[in-house]
Design a protein around this ligand. Structure first.
Ligand SMILES: [Zn+2]
Length: 68
């Protein structure tokens, strides 16, 4: 019963809403602190550190979260 691909149902998988990147399991806790969290339609969305930085420039012109 040791399936590394198994994700606990209560643990939300972090997925960058911009580039689709997912942090390694051992970095999920850290990612929750460094990634940018937002909400969209009642759901929590995450943006990885790198994309957050790049989004800062383009986010002013247009808001287009439906990129993935
Ligand atoms: Zn990203």
């Amino acid at each position: 019963m040791d399936t590394p691909t198994d994700v606990s149902p209560h643990e939300q998988q972090l997925v960058c809403s911009s580039c689709g990147a997912t942090p390694p399991v051992e970095e999920q806790a850290a990612a929750r602190l460094t990634w940018s969290r937002g909400s969209e339609g009642g759901r929590t969305t995450w943006t990885c550190e790198r994309c957050s930085r790049e989004n800062l420039r383009s986010i002013e012109g247009k808001l287009d979260p439906a990129w993935w």
